[in-house]
Design a protein around this ligand. Sequence first.
Ligand code: ZN
Length: 222
Amino acid sequence: MSAYIHIVDGAPASLPLGKIVCVGRNFADHAKELNNSVPQEPVLFIKPSTALADLGAPVEIPAAWGSCHFEAEMTVLIGQPLTRCSEQQAADAIAGVGIALDLTLRDLQAELKQQSLPWEKAKAFDGACPLSDFVRLPASELQDQQIQLRQNGQLKQDGNSADMITPVLQLLAYISQFFTLQPGDVVLTGTPAGVGPLAPGDELQLNLSTKLNITTHIIERS
Ligand code: ZN
């Protein structure tokens, strides 16, 4: 796995690697495609820093645990500590915006959910969070970003951050009620509809509006 570091506007950021806080079911159309109800409050889970990988390098998926799904998600890099913060404090703490894959072992997740067990093995494994570089973005543009994923040239996911159930600043304020966000932490803001299984040899193209355009390849972890 290639070493990952946070990069903002093309330069390495002096921020450590931290946890990744994720929100499930933040787009109604995605909740529906997995036959999940639309939650009253954000569904949160965490990936450890060992899940970080470079989205620009070949993306490794494990072979042993059933299907591994792509979920393209807009991503926020945290630059200042946030504890029980306001939306304004959240806006001031954002160091950059990127795009990520929330890799999910879907069969294993379904099995764990069925047994009412935690999802960690399906979501937090090594390399489960390939991240792009980050770009700076005015807070006023956070809810106007197109999130697209193409698999072998076919458009599979095509959503807009305008359709998030909980918008980014509200989400950061909510997360910080439970978990302090520290500089270098990353927040994944949920995936639009269209998720599906990956196969070794796949070419993926991920776009965040016109700001980020990343092409990557899927390989099987040896
Ligand atoms: Zn996700």
